[in-house]
Design a protein around this ligand. Structure first.
Ligand SMILES: *Cc1c(COP(=O)(O)O)cnc(C)c1O
Length: 387
């Protein structure tokens, strides 16, 4: 077999090589990475719940009650009371008849798209949709096309000849690398007109957007009729792990029968479901976390624009600074690292060519002082390495 080394070496040369860092200690803004203290701005723990004492305690109690592993898939004997109660609470939280837990968001998206669609059906996704939606589209055997970011007009043309099969349109609610919101009103109207189903992956909206943290759909005032399929993940604002799909009785029953990434995998540890029940109540009740986050977002954007940094049109905790080449993004990331600040450089293929960026993410767990420290470091960096 041909050696793997040349391709790895090429990756290194074009600044696309990825490596992992070893993090020790508690999840939160103050990190210990590769043995060094760092201030992190790259976590998706937007509300600061990953290390919350009540969430930790719930996980410990869950492990003591149920054991660590779930033992089997949900359809065998892995579906615990903790899973079941969490599903009911998520259905209530999202205002939908049913919710179904998946082991990860990646698997939820694969399961929904490939479980609902097959040969003869059509699937459309935004060009900037998460990789798991794209992979779901490829796996489904449906006809699959990606429309230019937010281009409702073109999507409308593509939806025109209706045909016989099912038509599913999927979009991120908040785009994970840009932080902007999908044009959900327009998409919902279009899908209603063309009799297509709309699916929203709200991995970065749930917990963060809307007064009660119900995400993009709360922000836009959309319900199960306009958006029949809602996917949420639990590893981001909820601070735990896993994902869910929420929708009608028929949708959830269909997924239980047909979603292979639901059927053929071990259920989440029940203790994780218990921890998520605790974090869900914090998400719902502690509105101050969202308010604090909004305040920090404003603080960061004001400071960054004073520094002349190119911000994107994002009102979410995802605040990318697009610098261009992968090389430059790496240089900026290393420059911040020298100041003890960790912000990850996002490069192709995660983002399009020449739009490499620093992906700054803010959390309610950050202090104002920490955000000012980031701005200070960015200011120094800009002097040394102008855009
Ligand atoms: C993180 C993410 C996922 C995947 O969720 P996991 O639970 O991490 O597998 C899916 N969609 C979007 C938009 C995401 O950002």
């Amino acid at each position: 077999m041909r050696s793997l080394f040349p391709e790895l070496e090429h990756r290194r040369q074009v600044h696309l090589y990825r490596r992992r860092r070893v993090s020790e200690g508690m999840q939160g803004p103050e990190l210990r990475i590769d043995g060094r203290s760092m201030l992190g701005f790259c976590s998706n723990d937007y509300l600061g719940l990953a290390g919350h004492p009540r969430v930790i305690e719930a996980m410990q109690e869950g492990a003591a009650r149920y054991g660590v592993g779930s033992g089997a898939a949900h359809l065998v004997n892995g579906h615990s009371a903790a899973h079941h109660q969490l599903e009911e609470e998520l259905a209530e939280f999202t205002g939908r008849p049913r919710a179904l837990l998946f082991s990860t968001g990646y698997m939820a998206n694969l399961g929904v798209v490939s479980g609902l669609l097959g040969t003869g059906d059509r699937f459309y996704g935004d060009r900037l949709d998460h990789a798991s939606l794209i992979d779901g589209g490829l796996l489904s055997r449906a006809r699959f096309r990606r429309y230019p970011h937010g281009d409702i007009q073109l999507l409308g043309e593509w939806l025109n000849p209706r045909g016989d099969g099912r038509v599913l349109v999927a979009t991120d609610g908040v785009f994970s690398m840009d932080g902007d919101l999908a044009p959900l009103h327009g998409l919902a109207k279009l899908c209603a007109e063309k009799e297509a189903w709309l699916m929203v992956d709200d991995a970065h909206g749930l917990g963060v957007l809307g007064r009660e943290g119900r995400g993009s759909l709360e922000q836009f005032g959309l319900g199960v009729d306009e958006v029949p399929v809602l996917v949420g993940t639990l590893g981001k604002a909820f601070g735990t792990f896993g994902a869910f799909v929420a929708g009608s009785e028929a949708l959830i029953e269909t997924l239980i029968q047909q979603a292979r990434s639901y059927i053929f995998t071990t259920a989440l540890p029940p203790a994780v479901a218990q921890a998520t029940r605790a974090s869900l109540s914090l998400v719902r009740d502690e509105e101050w976390r969202r308010e604090k986050l909004r305040m920090l977002i404003v603080l960061f954007r004001e400071g960054a624009s004073q520094l002349g940094l190119p911000l994107m049109a994002s009102e979410t905790p995802i605040q990318p600074i697009v610098v261009g080449t992968a090389q430059k993004a790496m240089a900026w990331s290393r420059g911040l690292e020298a100041e003890g600040i960790m912000v990850s450089a996002i490069r192709p293929p995660t983002v399009p060519e020449n739009s490499s960026r620093l992906r700054v993410t803010l959390s309610a767990a950050h202090t104002e002082q920490q955000v000012l420290r980031l701005l200070d470091a960015l200011g120094k960096l800009k002097v040394e390495d102008p855009l």
